[in-house]
Design a protein around this ligand. Sequence first.
Ligand SMILES: C[S@@+](CC[C@H](N)C(=O)[O-])C[C@H]1O[C@@H](n2cnc3c(N)ncnc32)[C@H](O)[C@@H]1O
Length: 245
Amino acid sequence: MAKGWNNQSNTRSRARGAKVRVKTARGRKPSSTRWLQRQLNDPYVAEAQRLGYRSRAAFKLAEIDDRYQILKGATRVVDLGCAPGGWTQVLTQRLPETTQIIGIDLQEVEPIAGAKMWVLDFLSEGAEEELMAELNGPADIVLSDMANSATGHRKTDQMRTMALCEAALDFAIKVLAEGGTFVAKVLQGGADNDLMRRLQTHFSSVKHLKPPSSRADSKEWFVVAQGFRHAKSARADEAADDNAE
Ligand SMILES: C[S@@+](CC[C@H](N)C(=O)[O-])C[C@H]1O[C@@H](n2cnc3c(N)ncnc32)[C@H](O)[C@@H]1O
């Protein structure tokens, strides 16, 4: 568990290290039984409940911040794919009240004091403009934990995750302030070559990591790009436009 987090479980069985076994039940699918068993035996789930986090995902952002100090000094933050709100909770805890925090998701999110969140499909027409209109100025951080529900078809899931990541990067390039940070979920193996090239053009530092709280059997990784380079981005965009003509 990440440094700085209390990793003592609050359940008796977890405290003794005993594994909770879930019996199969009539009408419950084997996959649901497996999910339930995993939840009950996951120390991060227990810890998230104890600390009042809406999702165990909260620990991932906390761990990324502990490692790279991405939140330091941020005045405007965008949280893409924010439901049920774990990352947003970490943002409101770690950032001053004056920081503008806005989040969107396909699903409705229970309000969190200090953040504005609304239902919006990031891939829908006009979504970027809506977000930009809401921002008081250039953003310091664009976060994307967006993920589609898995289809089980590896290639399809990979393509959909990368499409979300690329769309988030396009948006970040439009709204980030000089020196800004972009964090996004990618899949095992990290950003593909094209995405990596783009990240390296627009940011001075690009890192991949799998936070300790990310499940070992999950294919998710995160890309952390810091030091957004405005002028270099503008030149890269111009060159791309010239090539397209
Ligand atoms: C892993 S969850 C995010 C968890 C969140 N970071 C937290 O800490 O609670 C992924 C979210 O991405 C959202 N999502 C997927 N596609 C999206 C899209 N096109 N626009 C907005 N949100 C999207 C899903 O609805 C889902 O709630």
